[in-house]
Design a protein around this ligand. Structure first.
Ligand SMILES: *[C@@H]1O[C@H](CO)[C@@H](O)[C@H](O)[C@H]1NC(C)=O
Ligand SMILES: *[C@@H]1O[C@H](CO)[C@@H](O)[C@H](O)[C@H]1NC(C)=O
Ligand SMILES: *[C@@H]1O[C@H](CO)[C@@H](O)[C@H](O)[C@H]1NC(C)=O
Ligand SMILES: *[C@@H]1O[C@H](CO)[C@@H](O)[C@H](O)[C@H]1NC(C)=O
Ligand SMILES: *[C@@H]1O[C@H](CO)[C@@H](O)[C@H](O)[C@H]1NC(C)=O
Ligand SMILES: *[C@@H]1O[C@H](CO)[C@@H](O)[C@H](O)[C@H]1NC(C)=O
Length: 463
């Protein structure tokens, strides 16, 4: 059940959906990921990766590039795909250590064998389209557009300077190939190019990114609430680290959000923003009661004096298990719970909030009322008096390494209204088609008129 992801959604429905998303949402978030690494034996300089939820802008990208190229080889390979989003990595990439079902086996092994590769999950677009120009300026050489065959005939100077660009496709509408197949084909090209470089003994620095995002993520498009780009950018200028629960020495739960808003209804709605109490230097939250083991993680945020309640707890419960359909472990966020002065309100999330166990789950907006990612546990539960709204939400409760989130599995592309409209439309068409087919099959039973053994046709006579 949980194995359904992009690959099962028909391409036409998807493009349809994206079209809808474009039509129905004024504001869109455009981001592409960027991966940079250097050939074996040539480390990129050590760098602090951007904090969770942070979108890297053009000037920041430039400083990353300058730092990287100061030490790394100046033969630069730029793999520039038509489109790419972080989802492509999370949906089609392999789980670490298991490359069989990955669409990026060559990319993954190149990253594994390089020292300090740079992964920027969210590079703001169109800043990203300035990349070839930035590289050209940094290197002081014009780009050379190539394919692997031409590269094989080229003699590169191993201490020289070159900017070699390989354009990779991502069109799924025209040729009806699944995105996975296209990405797999592109990865093959990456593998060929890297092998040629290796065979020629030329050290290189490689960049894999895209001209455009492959998914357009609508931002708060269902109502008029203004969570504009400017606000997001203004606050991401002062990013703060995630909340971190440690078991012993090692971190086992990470949580980050731009906003954690709770609203309670008693005669009228009153809202409270828990963000400042939870994150950053003014945080007063305590994590007493949190726990984690191999299969269950529970993050308890304890507050005082929230909306008139002396003690107030916000609890996230997650579990992970193996789902044989997708042959992979997934974690689900089963419950979000509020405990306030001895009372309890329960929200279910398990059907909607999930990600591969090794990844983190990220969502631009998780609410109990707008997108219904969280549902009141029952119609009589106290949860109906509460509204939860988490913006730029990211959580990971399993396989945390260090104090950083793993790759993010993003909810957005699966829950935009456009996707649903696309899906519903496809389903409707399928229904109409099935009904038509059914009718045609029914027609064939008319053959029985010719069957002499069948009942005779009685024509009533009016005397
Ligand atoms: C490679 O480039 C370096 C510096 O630009 C130059 O000194 C050297 O002669 C070049 N080698 C070849 C084989 O062209
Ligand atoms: C999100 O949090 C910031 C800082 O705490 C606050 O200024 C902003 O109003 C909040 N946004 C929403 C939509 O609640
Ligand atoms: C993990 O914790 C959950 C409850 O928090 C418990 O039900 C489960 O048995 C524990 N599993 C292990 C392997 O300790
Ligand atoms: C729900 O709230 C009511 C009053 O608001 C309280 O009496 C009841 O105990 C609560 N239910 C639970 C399960 O905590
Ligand atoms: C919430 O989850 C419980 C089991 O965990 C289930 O019994 C209940 O029906 C769910 N409620 C909704 C509204 O999905
Ligand atoms: C994830 O963590 C579990 C134990 O917590 C471990 O058994 C498993 O191998 C880890 N998976 C990966 C891919 O690191």
């Amino acid at each position: 059940m949980l194995g359904y992801k992009m690959s099962q959604i028909p391409g036409s429905a998807l493009s349809f959906a994206v079209l809808f998303t474009l039509l129905f949402s004024g504001r869109c978030s455009h981001q592409v990921p960027l991966v940079m690494w250097s050939s074996e034996g040539h480390a990129l300089p050590r760098h602090a990766p951007p904090l969770a939820g942070h979108t890297v802008s053009g000037p920041q990208l430039l400083s990353y590039l300058t730092a990287a190229l100061s030490g790394a080889p100046h033969n630069v390979l730029l793999f520039l795909q038509d489109k790419l989003s972080m989802d492509d990595f999370t949906v089609f990439g392999g789980v670490f250590g298991n490359k069989q079902d990955s669409a990026f086996p060559n990319l993954e092994s190149a990253l594994q064998s390089s020292t300090f590769p740079l992964v920027l999950p969210a590079l703001s677009w169109p800043d990203s389209s300035a990349l070839p120009g930035m590289l050209q300026e940094q290197l002081g050489t014009a780009p050379l557009y190539l394919d692997p065959e031409t590269l094989a005939q080229l003699r590169l100077n191993s201490s020289g300077v070159a900017l070699l660009v390989f354009r990779l496709p991502y069109s799924t509408e025209a040729d009806m190939m699944s995105p996975r197949a296209v990405l797999r084909g592109n990865d093959e090209v990456v593998g060929q190019v890297l092998n040629i470089m290796k065979a020629q003994g030329v050290p290189y620095t490689a960049v894999y990114t895209a001209v455009r995002p492959s998914r357009v993520i609508a931002e708060g498009s269902l109502d008029g609430e203004s969570v504009g780009r400017s606000l997001l950018q203004a606050s991401s200028n002062e990013p703060y680290p995630p909340v971190e629960f440690k078991r012993g020495e090692s971190t086992c739960i990470l949580l980050w959000a731009e906003n954690l808003t709770v609203s309670h209804f008693r005669e009228q709605w009153r809202r409270h923003e828990l963000g400042p109490q939870t994150f950053g230097s003014s945080a007063t939250v305590s994590l007493t009661g949190s726990s984690c083991n191999r299969t269950h993680s529970r993050l308890v945020l304890n507050y005082e004096n929230v909306l008139g309640f002396r003690s107030f707890r916000l609890i996230f419960s997650m579990s992970q298990r193996y789902y044989s359909v997708s042959a992979r472990n997934w974690f689900t966020m089963d419950q979000v719970e509020l405990e306030y002065d001895g009372q309890r309100a329960l929200f279910n999330g398990s059907r909607n909030i999930y990600a591969p166990t090794e990844y983190s789950y990220r969502c631009e907006s998780v609410t109990s009322f707008r997108d219904a990612l969280l549902a009141a546990h029952s119609l009589t539960d106290n949860a109906t008096q509460w509204r939860l709204s988490f913006e730029e939400f990211q959580i990971q409760g399993f396989n945390v390494t260090g104090t950083q989130f793993s790759y993010a599995s993003d909810c957005a592309s699966f829950f935009t209204p456009g996707i649903w409209m696309g899906l519903v439309t496809s389903l409707l068409m399928l229904l109409v088609f099935t009904y038509g087919l059914h009718m045609i099959m029914q027609l064939r039973t008319m053959d029985r008129f010719d069957d002499p053994k069948g009942p005779a046709i009685a024509v009533p006579q009016n005397e």
